[in-house]
Design a protein around this ligand. Structure first.
Ligand code: AMP
Length: 189
């Protein structure tokens, strides 16, 4: 299956992605991780991405698309994948649809992990990741609302969106995630 997980920063995507890749037995494609890796390795892409990331802004679509295109060609992605943090704009979603279509593939389902903003801020203050100053975190939430939230409607209109309440224990949330996967499987038959 080819699944996309969408949620604002601090929604708990990381935890649910780990569980989901085990459950589905597919590779985990996180563009945030690919970008952090490119920065660590000091590649040209990493150098281009770093200033955007430091400010909590999205890096240019073409750069991320290049990373994803290369990764999707790997053999282990034939049977499916979990896309985490990509697509993040309507433009990226359209480019992904084109890319998959050319390989006779498609997105099976999109999960929205939703958490109210007050809770996101509370979690951020409790967690304090070093790349998450309150200013950068606020910028990342802002870019989610402005650039990524419109994607939900894009997939809703295609009948591919399932909402998952992101409040509660990781186990409870994962039960809901599995229900969403069951709905995608039913739709596929
Ligand atoms: P994440 O780990 O998914 O929260 O991503 C960390 C940062 O990487 C984001 O704040 C963006 O600056 C950048 N990034 C990750 N994925 C994308 C994407 N699909 N498009 C643009 N920028 C991205």
């Amino acid at each position: 299956m080819r699944i996309i997980l969408i949620g604002p920063p601090g929604a708990g995507k990381g935890t649910q992605c780990q569980r989901l890749v085990n459950f589905l037995q597919v590779p985990h494609l996180s563009t945030g991780e690919m970008l952090r890796d490119a920065i660590k390795k000091k590649t040209a892409e990493g150098k281009e991405a770093s200033s955007f990331m430091e400010n909590g802004q999205l890096v240019p679509d073409q750069l991320v698309l290049g990373l994803v295109t290369r990764r999707l060609k790997d053999q282990d992605c034939r049977k499916g994948c979990l896309l985490d943090g990509f697509p993040r704009t309507i433009n990226q979603a359209e480019m992904l649809d084109d890319l998959l279509e050319r390989q006779a593939m498609s997105v099976d389902g999109v999960i929205e992990l939703s958490v109210p903003q007050e809770e996101l801020v509370r979690r951020m203050l409790a967690r304090k990741r070093e790349d998450d100053s309150p200013e950068v975190f606020a910028q990342r939430i802002e870019s989610f609302k402005r650039q990524t939230a419109p994607l939900l409607e894009y997939y809703e209109l295609k009948g591919k969106l399932e909402h998952v309440d992101g409040l509660g224990s990781a186990d409870d949330i994962f039960d809901r995630v599995r229900q969403a996967i069951r709905a995608f499987r039913r739709a596929k038959r």
